[in-house]
Design a protein around this ligand. Structure first.
Ligand SMILES: C=C(OP(=O)(O)O)C(=O)O
Ligand SMILES: [Mg+2]
Length: 413
């Protein structure tokens, strides 16, 4: 069978925030791949540029004249060649001319077209047929910061991980039970609550950080007891959004914290609430702070870098050198191609950093990251708990589990 790319199309589509993004279709003789790119709100400064400055419309001509001409005739399974061709056409070091969202959608659609040409699901094509581990879902429960309105907590994401789940179905349903319980507890605390949600489907309540932490912790405990499935709280602070140049400004809480105070605050909440996972505890350029916190609590809590590493292997290498974090977020559109995403995952795993494959706050119903998480052997996937664009990935994991001959949940450190 042939994997030669016969056609490639681009279209402008909606994302979950109602913003424009791109979807790519790639056709081979007997295969088809479609991929759409998501967008972030709390983006890392060193991510590749998502869209060209003049918008999606501005690259349609380049796409039709240059990208199409160069890629037609290449084998869809030659991922590195495709990605190198895209980088060469782009000609910048941050993909600002084509836009990383365009390159990543092409790169992923090509891999999906190749998998389809071989009549294989993407996770099997990329990961091989011995892969049988399903990642645990980090479910988003409460949204704050850049993903919610102004009275919501400063902390961006209150998450949970059903660490005791025996399979992905149990895991995703345990997460939604916590989500529902948190909804009930919010209504008791705030009788005027409208039940509004943030960008990633978590509740966006009028609560302080500590009120949200208490509710998160209580809901984990109650649903763990009800279901017999141990569920642990986790957070993404996204604190680059809070940093004013010399301190973290918690507007909702009405306090500021310098770096030392931020580390103390983190130590305290990790201990008090038995946090399983903390993402971006410190601002994105504080490698030393990440290393210090990892030395202090890294044996009992996963310390994950998102905005600090931006799925970039060169930046991750700097972190590895000094022991900054012990896990990292993998968002393909932060780096712009599948092959570069894979390089970062490989470097992480070679150095015992846990890869956590993640959605973005602005998503589509594209399900590709479910396959990437399985193929990369990532033990965690962060892709929300409710909402059409979030369940697209979770339900795909249920389907993947069903078709695997011998599925097991991944091993968590
Ligand atoms: C998913 C996240 O948000 P965004 O997509 O806005 O960067 C995150 O910070 O982990
Ligand atoms: Mg993050």
């Amino acid at each position: 069978m042939s994997t030669v790319i016969e056609n490639i199309d681009i279209r402008k589509i909606l994302d979950s925030r109602g913003n424009a993004t791109v979807e790519i279709d790639i056709t081979t003789e007997n295969g088809f791949g479609r991929a759409a790119a998501p967008s972030g709100a709390s983006t890392g400064a060193l991510e590749v540029v998502a869209f060209p400055e003049k918008g999606i419309g501005s690259i349609i001509n380049t796409f039709n004249e240059q990208v199409k001409r160069e890629l037609l005739g290449i084998n869809a399974d030659e991922t590195t060649l495709i990605d190198d061709t895209l980088k060469e056409i782009d000609g910048t070091d941050n993909l600002s001319s084509l836009g990383g969202n365009i390159t990543v959608a092409i790169s992923l659609a090509a891999a999906k077209a190749a998998a389809s040409s071989y009549n294989l699901p993407l996770y099997l094509f990329l990961g091989g047929n011995l892969k049988n581990e399903i990642p645990y879902p980090l479910g988003n429960m409460i949204n704050g910061g850049a993903h919610a309105g102004k009275n919501a907590p400063d902390i961006q994401e209150f998450l949970v991980v059903p660490v005791g789940a025996q399979n992905i179905t149990e895991a995703v349903f345990a997460n939604v039970q916590v989500h529902k319980k948190i909804g009930e507890l919010i209504k008791v605390k705030d009788t005027l609550s409208t039940g509004g949600k943030g960008d990633e489907g978590g509740w966006a309540p009028n609560l302080s950080n500590y009120e949200a932490l208490e509710i998160q912790s209580r809901a984990c405990e109650e649903i763990s007891n009800e279901t017999g499935i141990k569920i642990r709280p986790s957070l993404d602070l996204a604190p680059s959004e809070l940093w004013d140049g010399s301190k973290y400004v918690y507007t909702r809480e009405g306090v500021t914290r310098d770096t030392g105070e931020q580390i103390e605050f983190l130590k305290e909440i990790i201990d008090t609430y038995q946090m399983f996972y903390i993402e971006d505890p410190l601002r994105e350029d504080d490698f030393e702070g990440f290393a210090e916190l990892t030395r202090m609590v890294g044996d009992k809590c996963i310390i994950c870098g998102d905005d600090i590493f931006v799925t970039n292997s060169q930046i991750l290498a700097r972190g590895i050198e000094i022991g900054a974090a012990n896990a990292l977020i993998i968002k393909p559109n932060q780096i712009g191609t599948l092959s570069d995403t894979y390089q970062t995952v490989k470097l992480a795993k070679d150095n015992s950093y846990t890869p956590v494959v993640s959605h973005r706050s602005g998503e589509t119903t594209d399900e590709t990251i479910a396959h990437l998480a399985v193929a990369f052997g990532a033990p965690l996937i962060k892709t929300g708990a409710v909402g059409g664009e979030r369940i697209a990935k979770l339900n795909e994991l249920i389907r993947i589990q069903e078709e695997m001959p011998d599925p097991v949940m991944a091993t968590l450190k």
